[in-house]
Design a protein around this ligand. Structure first.
Ligand code: SF4
Length: 1023
């Protein structure tokens, strides 16, 4: 048998027979979907029988054709899915508005809305209503149905149910005829109006359900209208009657079973078995009970392994580039426009400015991160404009960049900011008014507004390939329909859920020879679901997902049309299936699938549900498959588990190896599952891993190397400009200084949404510093005495206006967090006010800048050093001398009177004292750290100038290390506690304390070395 030649089952034989019997007649094949019909005819053609003379239709297509004249006569207009959605939404709003509060609330919940829509479809197509004896929700569903139907009537619309019923009527009254002389139906399960239409079709002459493989041992469900069993049954037709299988003279089918740990492993195991059997991909079909979960796993695995694939179920939109971008956008809108979400999309290339400015997405993402936008639709343009203005100004005192460096990055900054401005201007102009993150419960909106925003966003999603373009076109068509139809205002959540439904779509798989395909193709593995599977005639089929949950009854949970409601409707003669009947249909469909397969069928399931974290039992089909293999009905689940043995997992057990991971694990793991020592082999194969391990070995050794901070220089250290912060970083940990200021590594700024927190400690400190400065300056300007009650009023007013400005810059997560933090800031400010009243400072300078416009240089024992920064306050004392003040808004920890340098970690006092002395030309009595907050307990730590070492000595010690070639890690792991480079250094937390290997190395080995002398000198600064 050539590998492209299908193995015929009963249906294919019947089809071939009818084709040969009526070669010249026009014949219509009615299938569940057009793709299924094409698949059947494709298989017929591949078997050598021409399909000339055949047309394909679905029941819906036939209904449209049959009802067309009648609808035209009645002046009814056919509506699509979107107009129908609009009418449903209007009906829901009407009923919710008229009902009680509980019903109204339930009806506006997106989940309930979906259930309601499903129930409405059933009731419309069954053309029935439940009785009045049921719960409020059922009454509400009936009320929605009536409101919806009233709208249909008033507006002269015909929906799908109307068309199906009109088709039945037209056929039975013979006002319309079937569009072909001979009509053949592929057996299918149908309900309600579709079932009625199928019955009406089969009442006409020359209409037949094609003969198909029988299902032995299961009663045929009501939904199987007009099935005709073939006389001979293959082995798998006896799945539910295994003892009878031995006596059959139909085709012998080989049956196998296996179990895997997860759906992903189950798919991989199927592919491994194909590989080990040396079977061409186009002889294999994978059929899954859960097309969404298994489809995703199959697609991802085939993409990674380069296995050509077709999918009768199509591909979930979210697996495509444009689908990923759409979901990213919806998340962005739903979460109130967090800039972090947009940063991720920019970085991934899912969104980009329309006119590419020659700047990479990664750079734009970095620029966006630095803007600290946080979240909120209105903030983007404002913050970007502000940043653009700031980039035109000279650098401020907090800017540690060299002036020439700041200048050289200015143009780049501006280009990036302009590109972001263009991008967001366009996207945000059309974006919907999303409610704020914490106050959105009662917000309202329209699906149309969200669709409009999404359409504008799509203009900025770069095209990936031609196939992506086709997906985009289809998506845009749907969004345009949603924009036109779904304009009724509803709860924000419901509006959002509507759009999520609009974009929840499957798209045809792209293939090389045919841009889009829903059918199998030569050379490709094929994936399908239970109802569409088994029509390719392929000799190897894997039925995946046969676990109790996926096959079982939970799939039919219906909160509105519950089993009780269905039973009472059934009792009144309405043909509505109960959940038990639906389960029976499901089992029958799986059995019918097995019966139509030939040659080899594999049954499998995944035993672990990772999302729920629990074991999942096999469906009874797995046990039946084993009973069929052994022709023994007495086998139990224990026998099944014994047969299945070890679960298929990441470790392959057979000879089929899919990828490098399989090859490695196959070589490393023994047949008993024991991992061998493969260290040498792995390291030989993975050079980077080997280098990492070698680096780790060297780092722990005694030899001083680059891994320990030893560097070589091409040229002597230039005269740099230092700030007190830089010098304190150097004195704390030279390695941190090296990373941050010599390598210029900037830690990424990420903003996690915390509904409880508005300002981080840095922002809070800056805000208070600003308020301190403006209060003192403003009070003097207005002549307000510190003791005057007006001073306190003025101080709080000043703080309030600073807080308002900050709110504009850093949006609070919600009113509650803002109100709480604002109150705490005012509490802290009371402490500042009290401190000022006590000190009554005669201040000379506030925010006294140095080293910015004119270099400030100081001669040290290690050479000249340039300094830059700003002193918070300089006071004139009663004796005429000066006092330098620095505010701290954190705790007093680390500021000791008798240990002024804290082992080299404090140097601000020396720097500021030296600066004030030299630039102001006056005697500086002392320097004082003030802590005017609750956290700082209004403390003050004062250092007399004569008690500090001379700047020449103190700064010289630091400069010697900065100019040297050795930047060791600190020897004290406590220094690592708040360091930005903890991940880089591999610092771990244990019992709330940092454990730092670099610090341990310095303590145990590094500090004994001669090269450590310069840094030891810093640590010994306190004597
Ligand atoms: S984590 Fe510790 S050792 Fe590493 S740079 Fe920071 S302070 Fe230094």
């Amino acid at each position: 048998m050539g590998y492209t030649e299908p193995v015929p089952n009963a249906l294919m034989k019947a089809l071939a027979f009818e084709t040969s019997a009526r070669p010249l007649d026009r014949k219509l094949l009615v299938a569940k979907t057009a793709a299924q019909g094409r698949e059947v005819l494709r298989t017929l053609a591949a078997s050598g029988t021409s399909w000339i003379g055949w047309d394909i239709a679905t029941l819906r297509m036939l209904a449209h054709a049959l009802a067309a004249d009648d609808l035209a006569r009645r002046g009814l207009m056919l509506i699509d899915e979107f107009t129908s959605m609009r009418l449903v939404d209007e009906a829901i709003e009407e009923v919710a508005g008229a009902g009680g509060a509980t019903i109204a609330r339930a009806m506006r919940q997106p989940g309930f809305r979906d259930s309601l829509q499903r129930a409405l479809r059933v009731l419309r197509e069954a053309d029935a209503e439940p009785g009045t004896e049921h719960a409020d929700l059922v009454d509400a569903a009936v009320a929605v149905k009536r409101a919806y139907e009233r709208r249909l009537r008033e507006r002269g619309y015909a929906d799908r149910a109307t068309v199906l019923r009109a088709g039945v009527e037209a056929l039975r009254s013979q006002q319309a005829a079937l569009p072909a002389e001979f009509v053949y139906v592929v057996p299918m399960m149908v309900h309600y109006a579709e079932a009625e239409l199928l019955r009406a079709i089969l009442e006409r002459p020359n209409t037949f359900v094609l003969e198909s493989d029988p299902v032995i041992g299961l009663a045929r469900p009501r939904a199987g209208v007009g099935f005709r069993d073939a006389g001979i049954a293959s082995t798998t037709a006896f799945l539910h009657a295994p003892l009878q299988a031995g006596s059959a003279d139909g085709d012998e089918v080989r049956v196998t079973v296996y179990a895997a740990a997860t759906p992903h492993d189950e798919v991989r195991e199927a592919l491994r078995r194909v590989m080990s059997g040396n079977i061409p991909w186009d002889q294999v079909e994978l059929v899954a009970t859960d097309a969404r979960v298994y489809g995703a796993a199959v697609y991802a695995t085939c993409q990674r392994l380069g296995i050509p694939l077709t999918m009768s179920t199509g591909l979930d939109l979210s697996r495509t580039r444009v689908g990923r971008a759409v979901h990213g956008y919806l998340r962005w809108v739903r979460d109130s426009y967090p800039s972090e979400a947009m940063r991720v999309m920019l970085e991934a290339g899912d969104v980009a400015p329309r006119d590419p400015p020659g700047i990479s997405g990664a750079r734009l993402a970095q620029r966006l991160r630095r803007l600290r936008i946080g979240w909120g639709r209105d903030r983007y343009e404002r913050v970007i404009e502000k940043a653009l203005r700031a980039s035109l100004e000279a650098a401020g005192p907090a800017d540690n960049r060299e002036p020439h460096e700041a200048e050289s990055t200015r143009t780049r900054e501006q280009n990036e900011l302009r590109a972001l401005r263009e991008l967001f201007r366009d996207i945000l102009r059309s974006a919907p008014d999303a409610p704020s993150r914490l106050s959105g419960r009662d917000a309202r909106g329209t699906p149309a507004a969200i669709a409009t925003g999404l359409l504008a966003f799509l203009r900025h999603v770069p095209p990936a390939d031609e196939a992506d373009q086709l997906v985009r076109e289809r998506l845009e068509q749907r969004l345009q329909r949603a924009r036109a139809e779904l304009t009724a205002e509803t709860s924000w959540e419901a509006a959002f859920a509507r759009i999520e439904r609009v974009v929840r779509m499957d798209v045809a798989m792209p293939t090389a020879d045919d841009a889009r395909s829903w059918t199998s193709q030569p050379g490709r593995l094929h994936f399908s679901d239970v109802s569409g599977g088994g029509y390719t005639g392929r000799p190897h089929t894997f039925i995946l997902g046969l676990d109790a949950t996926r096959v079982g009854i939970t799939a039919f949970d219906d909160p509105i049309l519950t089993d009780d409601v269905r039973k009472s409707m059934s009792a009144r003669g309405v043909a509505i299936p109960s959940s038990a009947e639906l389960l029976a249909e499901r089992r029958y469909e799986i059995a019918a699938l097995a019966a139509r397969l030939r040659n080899h069928v594999s049954f499998s399931f995944a035993a672990w549900d990772a999302s729920d974290g629990r074991a999942v039992p096999p469906a009874s089909e797995m046990l039946q498959a084993l009973r069929l293999i052994r022709r023994d009905e007495s086998l139990s689940y224990s026998d099944l588990h014994a047969e299945l043995g070890r679960l298929a997992s990441a470790v392959p057990t057979g000879s089929g190896l899919l990828d490098a991971g399989d090859v490695w694990l196959n070589a490393i793991v023994t047949p008993d599952g024991v991992m061998r020592d493969a260290r040498e082999a792995v390291l030989r194969a993975y050079g980077n891993l080997a280098r990492g391990i070698e680096a780790d070995r060297i780092r722990s050794g005694t030899e001083l190397t680059g891994y320990h901070g030893l560097i070589t220089r091409d040229a002597p250290e230039p005269i740099r400009v230092y700030s007190a912060t830089q010098l304190e970083t150097l004195g704390t940990c030279p390695r941190r200084f090296f990373y941050r200021y010599l390598l210029r590594i900037e830690p990424p700024e990420t903003y996690d949404f915390d509904p409880e927190v508005w300002l981080d400690p840095l922002e809070r400190g800056s805000l208070l510093h600003k308020a301190y400065e403006l209060t003192l300056a403003g009070a003097r300007e207005r002549g307000i005495d510190y003791a005057d009650p007006a001073f306190a009023t003025f101080a709080h007013d000043t703080l309030e206006s600073v807080i308002r400005g900050w709110r504009d810059r850093v949006p609070p997560p919600g009113e509650a967090a803002y109100t709480r933090e604002r109150a705490l800031l005012h509490e802290d400010f009371e402490i500042f006010i009290g401190s000022i009243r006590e000190q009554r400072p005669d201040w000379l300078h506030l925010e006294f800048e140095f080293g910015r416009t004119r270099p400030f240089e100081i001669e040290t024992t290690a050479g000249p050093m340039r300094l830059r920064g700003a002193i918070d306050r300089v006071d004139r004392l009663e004796d005429g001398r000066l006092r330098v003040i620095d505010y701290k808004t954190g705790s007093r920890r680390g500021y000791w009177k008798r240990w002024p340098f804290a082992g080299g970690r404090r140097i601000q006092h020396v720097v500021y004292t030296a600066v004030a002395t030299r630039l102001l030309g006056e005697d500086v009595a002392d320097m004082e750290y003030q802590f005017p907050t609750r956290k700082g307990q209004n403390g003050r730590v004062r250092y007399r100038t004569e008690a500090l070492q001379t700047p020449e000595t103190a700064l010289g010690r630091l400069l010697r290390v900065a100019k040297g070639n050795f930047f060791p890690a600190t020897e004290d792991a406590n220094d690592c506690m708040w360091c930005d480079f903890r991940n880089v250094c591999g610092v771990k937390m244990k019992w709330g304390r940092p454990v730092s290997r670099p610090a341990e190395w310095t303590y145990n080995i590094g500090r004994m070395r001669d090269e450590f002398a310069a840094f030891r000198n810093i640590r010994d600064a306190d004597g």
